[in-house]
Design a protein around this ligand. Structure first.
Ligand code: NAD
Length: 272
C-alpha cells in the first residue's frame, strides 16, 4: 500500500448502501478497504467482507466494532441509532468521517457540530453530485426570478418508498425558501385536494408520485407569465450516492477539522 491510496472503513457494510460502497472501494484503483462494520446480530460476522458484494476475498473481515486504523477514513451509511457512538469513536481516534446516515436526531446534529471542531466530517443527506448541484441551481434561480414565478417541486420514487414527499424534495424546498427569505414550513403545500382554494404567490408546492422501480426523480418548476423554467434530476442507480460519498472521502484527506457538506466537496459556494 502506498500513500496515494485512500484507506476506507465502511460502517453498515451489510446494508444496501454498504454493499454498494464495498463494491466501489474494492473496484477502485486509488482506494483500499481497511475495515467493514455492521451490528453484532448481523449474519456473516467474521467472514471476508468482499463476499457481501460477491467480490474476490479482500482479507478484511466483517466485525461489529468500529476501530478505524490511523490514516483511514470512516464512511458510515448505517442507521441513526449507531451514529453517536461512531462519531465519538472517530473523534477519539482522530479519524475523518463521511456520514450518510439519514434521520439523525437534533442531539446527534449538535454532537456532529462539536465533533467538527476536532476532526474533518462531511455529512450529507444526499451524496449525489447531481442533486447537490440541482439544489444550488434551484436556490439561485428562485432568487433571480423573484416572486412573479410560482415554484413547484415534483418527485417520483419506486413503489417501496415509505416517506412522501422525499427528504430530498423537502431539502430543495428549504433551500429555495431560504434563498428567497421565506419560512419553508409557512409556505410549503405538500398536497392539494380542493375545489375552491387557489395557490398563493408565496407557496412552494410539493407533489409526490409513487410506483415502479424509479431510484428517484426530482423536478423544480418555476412557472411565470409566458415562460417556464425546469430543473430535473433522474437517478437510475444508488451507485451515485456511493460515488459521491467516496468522492467526499478522497476530498477529506489532509483536510482540517470542520463540518462540511457536499457543496464544499464540489467547491460550490455555501450560498449560491
Ligand atoms: P439498510 O437498512 O440496507 O442498511 C443499514 C445497515 O446498517 C444494515 O446492514 C444494519 O445491520 C447496519 N447497522 C444497523 N445498526 C448498526 C450499528 N449499530 N453498527 C453498524 N451497523 C449497523 O439501509 P441502506 O439503504 O443501506 O441505508 C443506510 C442509511 O443510509 C440510511 O440512513 C439511509 O437513509 C441512508 N442513505 C443515505 C444516502 C445519502 O446520499 N446520504 C443515500 C442512500 C441511503
Amino acid at each position: 500500500m502506498t500513500d496515494r491510496f485512500v484507506s476506507v472503513v465502511i460502517v453498515g457494510a451489510r446494508g444496501r448502501m454498504g454493499k454498494t460502497l464495498l463494491r466501489a472501494v474494492l473496484d477502485s484503483d486509488d482506494m483500499t478497504l481497511a475495515g467493514a462494520v455492521d451490528r453484532t446480530e448481523s449474519p456473516g460476522m467474521g467472514e471476508d467482507a468482499a463476499r457481501l458484494c460477491g467480490m474476490p476475498d479482500s482479507g478484511v473481515f466483517l466485525t461489529d466494532e468500529l476501530r478505524p486504523p490511523r490514516g483511514s477514513i470512516v464512511v458510515d451509511f448505517s442507521l441513526p441509532g449507531a451514529t453517536d457512538l461512531n462519531i465519538a469513536r472517530c473523534v477519539e481516534l482522530g479519524v475523518p468521517l463521511v456520514l450518510g446516515t439519514t434521520g439523525i436526531t437534533p442531539e446527534t446534529r449538535e454532537l456532529l457540530k462539536r465533533a467538527g471542531k476536532e476532526i474533518p466530517i462531511v455529512s450529507a443527506a444526499n451524496f449525489s453530485v447531481g442533486i447537490t448541484l440541482l439544489t444550488q441551481f434551484a436556490a439561485m434561480a428562485a432568487r433571480a426570478l423573484g416572486p412573479e414565478f410560482d415554484t413547484e417541486i415534483f418527485e417520483l420514487h419506486h413503489r417501496h418508498k415509505r416517506d412522501a414527499p422525499s427528504g430530498t424534495a423537502l431539502r430543495i424546498g428549504k433551500a429555495i425558501a431560504q434563498a428567497t427569505e421565506r419560512n419553508f414550513e409557512d409556505v410549503a403545500v405538500r398536497a392539494r385536494n380542493t375545489t375552491e382554494t387557489q395557490r398563493t404567490a408565496a407557496e412552494i408546492g410539493i407533489s409526490a408520485l409513487r410506483g415502479g422501480d424509479s431510484a428517484g426523480e426530482h423536478t423544480i418548476l418555476f412557472l411565470g407569465e409566458g415562460e417556464r423554467l425546469e430543473f430535473s434530476h433522474r437517478a437510475t442507480d444508488r451507485g451515485i450516492f456511493a460515488r459521491g460519498a467516496l468522492r467526499a472521502a478522497r476530498w477529506l484527506v489532509g483536510r482540517p477539522a470542520g463540518l462540511y457538506d457536499m457543496a464544499d466537496v464540489l467547491g460550490l459556494p455555501r450560498r449560491a
